[in-house]
Write a protein of this length. Structure first.
Length: 565
């Protein structure tokens, strides 16, 4: 297909990347261990570790897994927040030739059971804080090995002991659990040093990750991501960020980039853009275990002049409105990547005012490793779009029959490129539904592409509200409501209505306590046509969110359906 959007590319960004320069993701990681050996790679809770240390410790993990009889291609789960242990275990699993299964630490027993059974994981590395969840379902899984870590494992004896005491006995964050066959993480490292490591022969089409989708339409499915997928997306992201990192209007960038990793590493956004891209470019990642604890987050990043800050709209919003955050030094901040959910214009403007660095909104999914589309990084203008197709990526806008629609018309966004998954794990039927015969992945998101190649998200098909036969897309209404100076956060859903079928309802968290329903109704009337205006407004102290920071419209819809019933 004609890639007419290339004419809109920033200067210096290539049309294509060469993922074949590496034979596997393990080779990319090991190259970074050698190249940046003495540099600090990660810092968490004030404790830094170097690339060389991650190299040695991850090799211990790999040797231990191999020594316990696990084979190439076996699945190994990680159920941990952003701690030193995560990148060590991640690299160890990949270097052993095995498959990483990322698990949300906040999963319920039902969700955890499904993911472990569906993936067939034979081992799991889990933080003790969540071990009680595993205890409830372990007998229903195929797990052979359980490795339990603690918050203080990598902090040294004195600090680690103190942190573990506070976490276990003062904050009482570790519920009692019984896992008789479990071994401790530090024991794995100790045993691994005495075991031999066999370097596996891996190829680009070997599976690297099972990245489970959010499961908003039912049970979650594992997106099968091979080494090629992740390598390609690392290189695509690196190429796309060059205009921002080497901005001619700024002094030369520091020798080592510094990345704030506040997004959870089990999520594909942080996995690729923070952890693995960070390894590729030799960056220091500041690991934030709990991004909702803003004072702790700000304390962690205060000593550093941050270069890159990937986040979601809600975190950008919360920080831009935080007085302590506003006092930080942003003189080296060059790249702020927004994803996971739409970046609202009001948030983007305020973030730019506070930091001097624009938010570059992009778009992707677990199935695309994740980045597929992104705004140019050589401008601070808010475009209201998700940007242009990434290098080596094709985007098509399809109608309900799978045919391309004319430019400017709405349709389903479909993505083709080396970062697109090979399919859903053990679900060929679901794979067939999601993929076209010519290799496009159908995202389920409705979008429009203009004559420059810029794509605008309209909304998820399932989130569309039907008011008297007219389509209302929540993103549009949310953008208007969020632009009111008295609004901090908002979410829009459709609720049953006996007259119009559905009506628009907006949930609002106030920035200005004086904001009234009447004020907001009048504001919406000024900016939205009649059928798009909210019929109902509900003020709340907070909105339900995922651990990544996405607002859960689904949960709000479920509440309203229960009320209606």
């Amino acid at each position: 297909m004609e890639r007419f959007w290339l004419k809109s590319y920033p200067k210096g960004v290539p049309a294509d990347i060469d993922y074949r320069q590496y034979s596997s993701l393990a080779q990319l990681i090991e190259e970074s261990f050698t190249k940046f050996r003495t540099r600090q790679a990660y810092v968490c809770l004030g404790k830094p570790i170097t690339f060389g240390e991650v190299d040695e410790l991850s090799k211990c993990v790999a040797a231990w897994l191999q020594g316990k009889g696990l084979a190439r291609g076996d699945r190994v789960a990680i159920m941990m927040p952003n701690l030193h242990q995560y990148p060590i275990v991640l690299a160890g699993i990949l270097r052993a030739g095995m498959v990483v299964v990322n698990v949300n630490p906040l999963y319920t027993p039902r969700e955890l059971e499904h993911q472990l059974k569906d993936s067939g994981a034979k081992a799991i590395f889990i933080l003790e804080n969540f071990a009680t969840t595993l205890q409830k379902v372990i007998d229903k899984t195929q797990l052979e090995h359980v490795i339990v870590g603690s918050m203080g494992d990598m902090l040294g004896f004195a600090k680690g002991t103190l942190v573990n005491f506070v976490v276990r006995h003062v904050k009482k964050m570790v519920p009692e659990f019984t896992l008789p066959k479990a071994v401790r993480f530090n024991m794995v490292l100790a045993e691994g040093t005495r075991m031999s490591y066999a370097h596996p022969q891996l190829g680009l089409e070997d599976v690297a990750f099972l990245q489970y989708t959010g499961g908003t339409t039912g049970l979650s499915k594992g997106a099968t991501l091979v080494h090629r997928n992740i390598i390609a997306n690392i290189l695509q992201s690196e190429a796309w960020m060059q205009p921002a990192l080497f901005n001619p209007r700024m002094p030369p960038p520091p020798e080592q980039m510094i990345v704030v990793c506040a997004l959870p590493l089990y999520h594909i956004f942080a996995l690729t853009v923070c952890c693995l891209l960070g390894m590729r470019i030799g960056a220091l990642n500041i690991l934030i275990p709990n991004p909702r604890d803003l004072p702790a987050l700000i304390k962690e990043i205060r000593p550093y002049k941050v270069t890159m800050f990937p986040a979601v709209n809600t975190l950008f919003n919360a920080l831009a409105n935080n007085e302590e955050f506003r006092k930080l030094d942003f003189s080296d901040l060059r790249a702020c990547t927004g994803g996971g959910t739409a970046v609202q214009e009001a948030v983007a403007k305020q973030w730019l005012e506070v930091t001097g660095c624009p938010i570059c909104e992009g778009y992707g999914l677990s199935e695309t490793s994740p980045s597929a589309v992104s705004n140019p990084t050589d401008t601070d203008a808010y475009s209201g779009t998700i940007g242009l197709p990434m290098p080596s990526t094709d985007i098509a806008i399809l109608d309900d029959n799978g045919n391309p629609v004319p430019l400017g018309e709405r349709g389903e966004i479909a993505i083709r490129g080396p970062q697109v998954m090979t399919g859903y794990w053990q679900h060929p039927d679901e794979t067939a539904k999601a993929m076209t015969e010519d290799g496009f992945f159908k995202s389920g998101d409705i979008g429009v592409m203009d004559e420059r190649g810029f794509v605008t998200i309209v909304d998820r098909k399932k989130d569309m509200i039907l008011v008297s036969g007219f389509n209302v897309f929540p993103n549009e209404v949310e953008a208007v409501v969020a632009s009111h100076p008295g609004v901090l956060e908002c979410a829009v859903i459709g609720v049953p209505d006996k007259n119009s079928g559905e009506a628009v309802k907006v949930f609002v968290v106030k920035k200005d306590e004086a904001l009234s329903e009447r004020d907001l109704m009048q504001y919406c009337a000024e900016h939205l046509t009649g059928y798009k205006k909210p019929r109902h407004i509900e003020f709340r102290i907070e909105l339900p969110k995922t651990n990544v920071g996405k607002i859960l419209r689904r949960e709000l819809r479920d509440e309203e359906l229960k009320k209606a019933a």
